[in-house]
Structure formats: structure tokens, C-alpha cells
Write a new protein. Structure first.
Length: 262
């Protein structure tokens, strides 16, 4: 005589088959797709880590680039849930075009700095750019990067643009611009304070805000987020005290910084 031993799993599988039941497909993991201005890279990475600890079942995927490029992609239907722009005008235009799913939320004020691995900008300040030893100056592309636009405004404010335009090295976005300055591709870079704070080594000097238009930065939920409550959860998280502390620690909204060494 043979004894047949049935496992609970096998029994349930056969019973389901006989009764005509099909096992339900497991729900896909929740996912939030974020388009973020390049100056947010380190701050956003920290925010995502904190959010993931609080919501381990939600995956947030961030793509970093220039706000202007993201704006064009979103207008053409790119599948992002949340847009973090270094220039509030881009979310405003999307809202006017009925391509948003929420109000516009300001998350900080960006700030420009002179940054160099070799020179200390705190001594000569903007006049450092006229130093013959400075042969390459990195700025982001003014055509679509808000920090590039403000860098050009700053150079014109100090009557330096025509004097240094032949030295300019153009980065696709502010993160690439910071990389140029950090690796020596450029002697000096006009970059975001948030990126200077994240670098190891180098020196920076905060450029007076009066020299350019404000870098008011904001985020907005996009049509792709419709029906995705986790996108709204992530957006709401950005207003929490812990999230705001992270943003402040990366220089967003600070107004009293002076020359610093790293």
C-alpha cells in the first residue's frame, strides 16, 4: 500500500483548478516617476531614501536634467508623475496648458556660486573671471537651463559677459557644469549652491542674488499621476519638516551664506 502525502499548496492548486479558479496576479509594485532639475540630484536622492524608509512599498525613480528640456518632453507627453523645476515659470506654463494635476508648490530658492577646485573665489569674487590664469569658465546652457540663464544675467550685471564670453564652456545642465568645474575641464564654474555643498574639495563664493532674477523653484503633479495616489503621497511628503530640513541643508532657501571652503 502506498501512502500519498498532499502538501497544502498542491491541494489548493488542484482544488482551484477543479473549481475553475485562477490565481490572481500579484499587484505590481507602486512606482512614482520624477523629472527633477539637475541641481536637485543630491537633495532628491536623500529625499527618496527618507521617503522609502517611510513607504517601503513605493518606488520613486528620479531622472535628472535641465528644466527646459523636461518642460518640452512633458508637453509632448513624457510619462512623468511629478516635475521639479529650477524655474517656476515652466510649471506655470504647463498649468496654463492644462498639463498639470495639482497646484504649483514652491520648494526653495536656488542660489548661484562661483566654484573652483584651484582658485579661491572668495578673494577676487567676480573679478576672478578676468584673471589670465582662468582660461575656461563653465556655465549651464542658457537656452534651456535656468541656472545658465541666471549665470548669463549675472555676467552681464557685472559687465563681464563680453570680456569672458570666449572663455565660456557650456554644460548641458547644471550638474554637467559642476562636473566640468570639479574635474578641471573648466577652471571656474558658475554653479548651484546645492551642488557646491555636495562636492568634496574646492572653494565657492555665493554670488549676490541682486545680480540676477530669482531662481524660484517649484514642483507640480502631472497628468500621468492621475490614478496614482503614491505620486500624491510623495508630493505631500515634500512639505514635511524632515523633507524641508534636507532641502535647507542643500542650500535651497538659504540667504545668509558667505564665502566657504570645502
Amino acid at each position: 500500500m502506498y501512502k500519498v502525502r498532499w502538501s497544502l499548496t498542491a491541494f489548493c492548486a488542484i482544488a482551484s483548478s477543479l473549481l475553475g479558479f485562477k490565481p490572481a496576479n500579484p499587484a505590481p509594485p507602486a512606482e512614482v516617476l520624477v523629472a527633477a532639475a539637475a541641481d536637485l540630484r543630491y537633495a532628491m536622492d536623500s529625499l527618496i531614501v527618507l521617503f522609502s524608509h517611510q513607504h517601503p512599498n513605493i518606488t520613486v525613480k528620479a531622472t535628472y536634467g535641465s528644466s527646459g528640456n523636461f518642460f518640452e518632453q512633458i508637453r509632448n507627453g513624457a510619462p512623468f508623475d511629478v516635475f521639479f523645476s529650477a524655474d517656476i515659470d515652466y510649471p506655470r506654463q504647463l498649468k496654463q496648458d492644462n498639463k498639470t494635476e495639482s497646484d504649483i508648490h514652491v520648494y526653495g530658492i536656488g542660489q548661484l556660486v562661483l566654484y573652483s577646485m584651484t582658485f579661491d573665489p572668495g578673494s577676487k569674487k567676480m573679478d576672478l573671471l578676468l584673471d589670465p590664469a582662468v582660461t575656461k569658465i563653465a556655465i549651464a546652457n542658457p537656452a534651456h537651463a535656468p541656472y545658465g540663464k541666471r549665470a548669463e544675467e549675472c555676467l552681464r550685471y557685472y559687465n563681464l559677459y563680453d570680456k569672458v564670453k570666449d572663455k565660456l564652456v557650456i554644460g548641458e545642465n547644471i550638474a554637467q557644469t559642476a562636473q566640468y568645474a570639479r574635474t578641471g575641464t573648466a577652471d571656474v564654474g558658475i554653479i548651484a549652491l546645492s551642488l557646491a555643498l555636495a562636492q568634496t574639495g574646492g572653494h565657492y563664493w555665493l554670488i549676490p542674488a541682486a545680480s540676477h532674477q530669482p531662481l524660484e523653484q517649484a514642483f507640480v503633479l502631472l497628468p500621468h499621476s492621475k490614478g496614482n495616489p503614491d505620486a500624491a503621497r510623495f508630493a505631500n511628503f515634500l512639505s514635511s519638516p524632515k523633507a524641508m530640513t534636507i532641502l535647507r541643508n542643500f542650500g535651497f532657501g538659504q540667504t545668509s551664506q558667505t564665502s566657504q571652503n570645502k
